[in-house]
Design a protein. Structure first.
Length: 204
């Protein structure tokens, strides 16, 4: 998570090279900040899910079929709303993390004035859609390759290698996706005044 935050900041500033895997202490701190931001944004849909399950479950304790049906419907509606909220957060959080990386301030992840102008831009929408499709495609490809290997004698021997390589491929896809998020953010927001991050050796 810390490295991906650095990728977001570097891409938004227009840096040509990815950040180096150095300054591990700072990387871990930024990763913890990014995790905290994700958890804070995720509180609302999490609470909605818990409340929806509670409401739906409480219907069976009323002893009335109509009340049970009504509460079950309300619970299902709340669950669907929480899923939509989680989907929206998946769209919003990369922009929040990019702003945090640029300003080098935890509170910048909640600067809705800046974040709003980014997430409503066409550049950011396209930057979000492409990685979403790309990640899904890579996941399907890895699953298909694993299935083919499992069904063959040689594949059974090679399967551990595929399992080992898979996370690295997924990480590379994540880096590419977050690079697109950062570039889109930089196109919408003036990054000249942003705090320059010291993320190891980065050449612009």
């Amino acid at each position: 998570m810390g490295y991906l935050v650095w990728v977001l900041g570097g891409a938004a500033r227009g840096e040509a090279e990815p950040p180096a895997f150095e300054n591990w202490g700072e990387m871990i701190v930024d990763g913890l900040k990014a995790t905290a931001v994700s958890l804070i944004y995720g509180i609302i849909p999490f609470v909605l899910i818990i409340v929806s399950i509670f409401v739906a479950g409480s219907g069976s304790t009323t002893g009335s079929d109509s009340a049970a049906g009504l509460l079950g419907g309300v619970g299902l509606l709340g669950f669907l709303v929480s899923l939509v909220a989680m989907f929206l957060l998946y769209y919003l959080i990369p922009a929040a993390l990019t702003n945090m990386a640029l300003e080098n301030e935890f509170s910048a992840a909640f600067d809705f004035g800046t974040i709003k102008q980014v997430i409503f831009s066409g550049d950011y929408l396209i930057a979000w859609l492409i990685p979403f499709v790309l990640a899904a495609g890579v996941q399907i490809l890895l699953s298909a390759v694993s299935l083919v290997l499992v069904l063959s004698v040689v594949g059974i021997l090679a399967l551990p290698l595929v399992i080992l390589i898979g996370p690295f491929i997924q990480f590379y896809v994540q880096v590419a996706a977050f690079y697109m998020f950062g570039v889109a953010f930089g196109r919408v927001v003036d990054t000249d005044s942003a705090v320059s991050g010291d993320y190891g050796t980065i050449s612009a």
